[in-house]
Design a protein around this ligand. Structure first.
Ligand code: ZN
Length: 260
């Protein structure tokens, strides 16, 4: 607490960081997710990661909460970010389905790792919306695509752990797209204007590959690797696409970047 001298108008609050908090979940399932995220300091870690890289004009709450739907969103009105516990409940079973090897315990542990990675990817996407709004950034093209780019960029520019988070985020999109195709998701399954269409998945796979073609060579579909998900025609342009989006975002965020 600071004593205010003579009722001067409050300065912008805080140091321009994300501030993690957890509301109590409204259902037993939500409280389980709250305990998982809180116990592993998931929101705290992503807040620290983002705040070490980008300055916000004011502190921004990043709150885990029960929302009544699987979602994550930036609120222009409240200038706050919300990560809904229901999103974990929706996506964790999709991660479990993707784990076909190992004991049940091992598969649960891997699904938990993917949940942490997906939470990072989703929250950094929402951070993109926050930055566009708070700094009035001139984004050309679809804002949804642009903030997906930022999320991939921030994760692939970090360490191996964060690159793995980007992979988990792509796996979440893959699982959601598959479930949607199979008619297992209601139309409003992932609100906030995020399409689950294959294009979003292919874009993120492409940028991931473009960030490090050596490491991610296995995503490209070639005769020797028929299980690759990225058509070779698309793969050829991914390194250039990544360089392009890296340069666009670096220019946009230049005044606010804390590291080069
Ligand atoms: Zn969005």
């Amino acid at each position: 607490m600071t004593a205010s001298a003579g009722g001067a108008p409050a300065k912008p609050v805080g140091d321009g960081e994300l501030v993690a908090a957890y509301e109590d979940g409204r259902t037993a399932e939500d409280r389980q997710v709250q305990d998982f995220l809180g116990g592993n300091q998931v929101l705290e870690d992503v807040a620290r990661y983002a705040s070490a890289r980008i300055a916000l004009p004011q502190d921004v709450p990043l709150t885990g909460a029960s929302c009544g739907e699987p979602n994550a969103f930036w609120s222009e009105q409240d200038r706050s970010m919300t990560f809904c516990y229901e999103l974990v409940e929706q996506i964790r079973p999709l991660f479990l389905e993707q784990q076909t090897e190992g004991t049940a315990e091992q598969r649960e542990a891997l699904a938990d790792e993917d949940v942490v990675g997906m939470a990072n990817g989703v929250i950094l996407h929402e951070l993109g919306h926050a930055l566009v709004d708070l700094y009035d950034l001139p984004v050309t093209g679809k804002e949804e695509d642009a903030v997906d780019q930022l999320s991939v960029l921030l994760l692939t520019a970090g360490d191996e752990e964060h690159t793995a988070y980007a992979v988990s985020t792509v796996n979440a999109l893959s699982g959601l797209a598959r479930a949607e195709l199979a008619g297992q998701l209601p139309a409003e399954a992932y609100a906030d204007e995020h399409s689950l269409d294959a294009q979003r998945f292919y874009n993120q796979v492409c940028w991931l590959f473009g960030s490090d073609p050596g490491t991610f060579a296995s995503v490209v579909q070639v005769p020797e690797n028929p299980d690759g998900v990225l058509p070779v025609d698309r793969a050829q342009g991914c390194e250039a696409e990544y360089d392009q989006l890296n340069s666009s975002w670096s220019t946009l965020l230049q005044p606010y970047l804390k590291i080069g």
